[in-house]
Ligand binder design. Structure first.
Ligand SMILES: Cc1cc2nc3c(=O)[nH]c(=O)nc-3n(C[C@H](O)[C@H](O)[C@H](O)COP(=O)(O)O)c2cc1C
Length: 358
């Protein structure tokens, strides 16, 4: 693989590097969070509140990262999370990201409000993809989208549950941000379709049944769960996986760090269904901690868009590879050769001696 034209050494510095390329309103839309951004900050801080119980003398050499989920083979437990409007940072939009995810060897989440329509993105690469579903107030259109996702070969449906209304994103209002009409909301001539684009504010447990009944047997993942009580309800409604996420701090400001939520939800789920985790991952060490806390797979958000802005598919691949390399180092140094070893590694809560984190 060719090296990206912009050099970077970790994912944290990507925002600064990409800032010169992305117009301010779009950068704010991507980078910033809701309200006072307490949750956005907490998403990072929470990782630093636990440490890894390092084993030496394990004799382990080399790491096995290969992961499977719902029949898809992943090179590492790292996927690209669903995000709207990749076209804000690259002319080939989601298609370019799709090519990167496939070249790297992982899953791509494709948003309902992607810049391109779901068929275009599906056709852009051979890699497996999940369709992230937002329910609008138009149930006929919701049904149509789910059927189209199945027909286009998507491997699972991710129902995002934490967007019953847009979060309080002050920066977007201040910038009078105007986002282009998403591809799925245009007709075949590229004209905006006359339908109600608003989110369904009444999204509830029956929405899970609705999605399941129109997605032709595809696995159903509910995204945006942060509490054990919601995890329990979702399990009772037969979801196939749970994605613990607070939308990268873009929705409810004041909700706990996603990593804290992961630890609570994992205690409730106890391995009955796969757990996907996102919000705040910037280091291979974060991936390690997420898996040790019970995640099976993590999803990456903003850094992917920065990589896309900096160098298209090569930039996105470099982002994923950087995380993987860091994860490999942490695994080697903590004596974990496999993901099962990572899962068995205790996390120590800072300030509580050697007490394992709950
Ligand atoms: C610009 C942007 C657009 C997003 N659009 C969506 C979306 O359409 N659907 C969705 O479920 N999540 C969306 N998300 C949330 C991501 O899937 C994910 O939860 C979040 O970005 C993870 O946090 P991170 O950016 O700190 O890695 C979006 C995030 C960003 C940054």
């Amino acid at each position: 693989m060719r090296r990206p034209s912009v050099k970077f050494f970790n994912l944290l510095e990507l925002e600064g590097l990409a800032a010169g390329l992305i117009p301010r309103p779009a950068l704010d839309y991507i980078a910033r969070g809701a309200g006072d951004e307490q949750t956005l900050r907490e998403n990072r801080l929470a990782f630093s509140r636990v440490l890894v119980d390092q084993r030496v003398l394990s004799g382990s050499t080399g790491q096995t990262l290969h992961t499977q989920i719902f029949g898809s083979q992943l090179r590492a437990p790292i996927m690209v999370g669903a995000m709207a409007h990749h076209g804000l940072v690259h002319p080939s939009a989601e298609s370019e990201t799709a090519r990167a995810a496939a070249a790297y060897g992982t899953l791509l989440g494709v948003s309902t409000v992607a810049m391109q329509n779901l068929e275009q993105i599906a056709a852009a690469s051979k890699g497996d993809k999940w369709f992230q579903c937002y329910l609008t107030r138009d149930s006929g259109f919701n049904r149509e989208l789910l059927q189209r996702a199945h027909a286009a070969g998507y491997k699972a449906i991710v129902l995002t549950a934490d967007v019953t209304v847009g979060g309080n994103r002050e920066h977007d209002r201040r910038n009078a941000l105007h986002l282009p009409t998403p591809g799925n909301f245009l007709d075949s001539e590229g004209r905006r379709r006359l339908l109600d684009l608003s989110f369904d504010s009444g999204l509830g447990l029956d929405s899970l049944d609705f999605v399941r009944s129109h997605s032709a047997g595809l696995p159903l993942i509910v995204k945006g769960v942060t509490t054990p009580v919601d995890a329990r309800a979702a399990l009772q409604h037969g979801v196939d996986a749970i994605q613990v996420s607070n939308h990268g701090g873009r929705q409810l400001d004041g909700s706990p760090a996603a990593f804290e939520s992961l630890q609570r939800v994992a205690n409730e789920v106890r391995g009955r269904v796969p757990l996907i985790f996102d919000s705040g991952i910037r280091r291979g060490l974060d991936v390690f901690k997420a898996i040790a806390a019970g995640a099976d797979l993590v999803a990456i958000g903003r850094p992917v868009l920065y990589g896309l802005a900096l160098d298209g598919r090569h930039g996105v691949q470099a982002v994923l590879e950087q995380l993987e390399q860091e994860l490999r180092i942490v695994m080697q140094l903590s004596g974990a050769g496999t993901l099962a070893d990572v899962r068995d590694t205790p996390l120590l809560r800072i300030g509580s001696g050697s007490e394992p984190a709950g």
